[in-house]
Design a protein around this ligand. Structure first.
Ligand code: CA
Length: 247
């Protein structure tokens, strides 16, 4: 699982947090950096820019960002090296990192995930997708903030109490649907195959068939339907399912 990433505040989920998330964009290609910065500002985020790892380190020690968008290929110290270095320094353990990679670098993802990168976006990407991924990683890093509470798309999971709410209304939910929903919410905006869901949610039980996933997805949607939230559980054609707050 991911490292817990609370930002130091222990207040209510969103209430005490800064309104604008601060994103550090580390990218040596000025045109991409500018395009990303423009899109993030439009999405109400604050942007700090760095053209290489050295500048990034200065920016981080200056004002720690809420998330780092890190290009893999940088002159001098690579994005991967920087990610490793940040993870080794305890104080930076809590800043989520999204890596930007070019096509063909995907095979190296494993080494990146091992060095603590939270997500990947492959170039060329749409800024809409990028913003959605950033929001998902921020949500997941803040959601599991020690209180075990997570909110997205009008749903709230109270982890310690094992309860799910739509606004103030409590949703009665089965144990498997709960685990499925919890997994989806902390990994929002990502598609998972049935096999991956079995592995992650059912713990890779050897004798569970893949269509079991479909059965529980159907139940989960039925559970959310009275609250008009079943659209959050989306079918991804040819892949599987995903939780998404995007239409
Ligand atoms: Ca680059």
């Amino acid at each position: 699982m991911f490292a817990c990433c609370n930002n130091g505040d222990t207040g209510s989920e969103w209430g005490l947090r800064r309104m604008h998330k601060r994103i550090l964009v580390v990218e040596d290609e000025a045109s991409i950096r500018e395009m990303v910065a423009f899109a993030l500002r439009k999405a109400d985020m604050e942007v700090i820019q760095a053209a290489d790892a050295r500048a990034a380190l200065v920016a981080i020690s200056d004002t720690p960002p809420d998330l780092i968008l890190l290009d893999w290929m940088l002159p001098g110290m690579s994005g991967l090296e920087l990610a490793r270095r940040l993870r080794q320094e305890r104080r930076d353990v809590q800043i989520p990192i999204i890596m930007l990679t070019a096509r063909g670098e995907e095979t190296d993802r494993v080494s990146g995930l091992e060095s603590g990168v939270d997500d990947y976006v492959v170039k060329p990407f749409s800024t809409r997708e990028l913003v959605a991924r950033i929001k998902a990683v921020l949500r997941r890093s803040q959601g599991d903030d020690g209180t075990g509470s997570i909110s997205a798309g009008g749903l709230r999971i109270d982890g310690p109490a094992h309860r799910v709410y739509a606004g103030d209304a409590q949703i009665v939910i089965g144990p498997t649907e709960y685990r499925l929903l919890h997994f989806f919410m902390i990994h929002a905006e990502r598609a998972y195959s049935r096999a991956q869901l079995l592995d992650q949610v059912w713990g890779g039980s050897a004798y569970v068939e893949e269509r079991t996933v479909d059965v529980h997805i159907r139940r989960l949607r039925k559970t959310l339907e009275p609250f008009a939230l079943d659209h959050l559980i989306q079918t991804v054609r040819g892949t599987g399912y995903r939780f998404s707050v995007e239409a």
